[in-house]
Design a protein around this ligand. Structure first.
Ligand SMILES: Cc1cc2nc3c(=O)[nH]c(=O)nc-3n(C[C@H](O)[C@H](O)[C@H](O)COP(=O)(O)OP(=O)(O)OC[C@H]3O[C@@H](n4cnc5c(N)ncnc54)[C@H](O)[C@@H]3O)c2cc1C
Length: 296
């Protein structure tokens, strides 16, 4: 039996596996190889790896983690979970079965692309979700923001650190008059219409068209599509979750412990601040929580 089974072997899961491997704990890490940022050609704001393709960061991490003899990396999709602390069982879609004393769920989330021509093709390139990750490269240019919740209004003031050319596309949503006039005073251009299509040129976007035919020239479009967890093991385990403006996340305490003993969650699945560094931090904390819960 393993000490810990980790489901999801990207930034959070690998960080957890490394920490447990260094503590000589027996670990199986299951992964299907679909890290959320695989659409982006380069990852940014990652200490030591700024501007490196995300796949390269992960392969180096995998190689380093695999060097710990008590850690086993398995290509496989965890499908079902059962059991109790000291005796959990995970079965995979490939027909394998693993038992472990503790679980760390780090299977991330899936972005659900809206059905807008050009959206999926541009995702992670010039349709982006986070200015810290990909904003520097398009600083000073024409930025659009597709409204997704009232948090979008806060985002426009954050974006002012990168550009003073910001267009908010309300996509058919209403915002309070008071908020509208505050934005207009700050120079944010507002369009009420619904987004109909994204135009691409030279590998990036060149603008968008609204349903009423309005065309807006843009060099980057920020968007926060709905997302959902990549698997449903948290549902099978009956874990507490909470709603976020764009999806849901598994509730955890400061050591990443979920509402069930023996089960920890890390990365985008359990945290609203989506970044590689924060995913790795939470993976490390989950490993610490799981390890401490097994000490005599
Ligand atoms: C387009 C884009 C670009 C981004 N760029 C950056 C950036 O430049 N810098 C930055 O800091 N952040 C960036 N982010 C955010 C960053 O990608 C995430 O915060 C980070 O990937 C979260 O890591 P994670 O380990 O929680 O999940 P993920 O990276 O999503 O990994 C989850 C892993 O679990 C696996 N998995 C899923 N289901 C199962 C299952 N049932 N069984 C086994 N394995 C499973 C998946 O295959 C995947 O390997 C970007 C996000 C997006 C969407």
């Amino acid at each position: 039996m393993d000490d810990v089974i980790i489901v999801g072997g990207s930034f959070a899961g690998l960080a957890a596996a490394m920490q447990l491997g260094r503590a000589r704990r027996k670990v199986t890490l299951l992964d299907t190889g679909l890290n959320r940022n695989r659409y982006a050609s380069h990852a940014h704001n990652v200490l030591g790896f700024d501007g490196v393709p995300p796949g390269d960061v992960l392969s180096q991490a995998r190689e380093q983690v695999a060097a710990y003899p008590t850690v086993k990396l398995v290509q496989g999709r965890a499908e079902t979970v059962s059991g109790e602390p000291d005796d959990f069982t995970i079965k995979t879609a490939e027909g394998e079965s693993f038992t472990g004393r503790r679980l760390i769920l780090s299977y991330g989330i899936v972005d659900e692309f809206p059905d807008i021509p050009g959206f999926a093709e541009s995702w992670g390139k010039t349709v982006i979700h986070c200015p810290f990750c990909h904003g520097y490269e398009v600083a000073g240019r024409r930025w659009g923001l597709l409204f997704s919740s009232l948090l979008s209004l806060h985002a426009t003031s954050l974006y002012a650190d990168w550009t003073d050319d910001i267009t908010l596309i309300l996509d058919g949503n209403d915002i309070p008059d008071e908020e509208r006039s505050k934005l207009e005073k700050r120079g944010v251009k507002i369009h009420d219409g619904k987004l109909a299509a994204i135009q691409q040129a030279g590998g990036g976007i060149s603008g968008v068209t609204l349903e009423d035919g309005t065309e807006i020239g843009l060099d980057a479009l920020y968007a926060h599509p709905r997302n959902r967890p990549s698997a449903n093991l948290h549902e099978q385990l009956g874990l507490d979750t909470k709603e976020t403006p764009t999806g849901l996340m598994v509730e955890v305490d400061e050591r990443q412990k979920t509402s069930r003993d023996g089960v920890y969650a890390a990365g985008d699945l359990s945290n609203g601040m989506h970044s590689i560094t924060i995913a790795a931090y939470s993976g490390s904390m989950a490993a610490m929580g799981a390890q401490q819960s097994m000490l005599g």
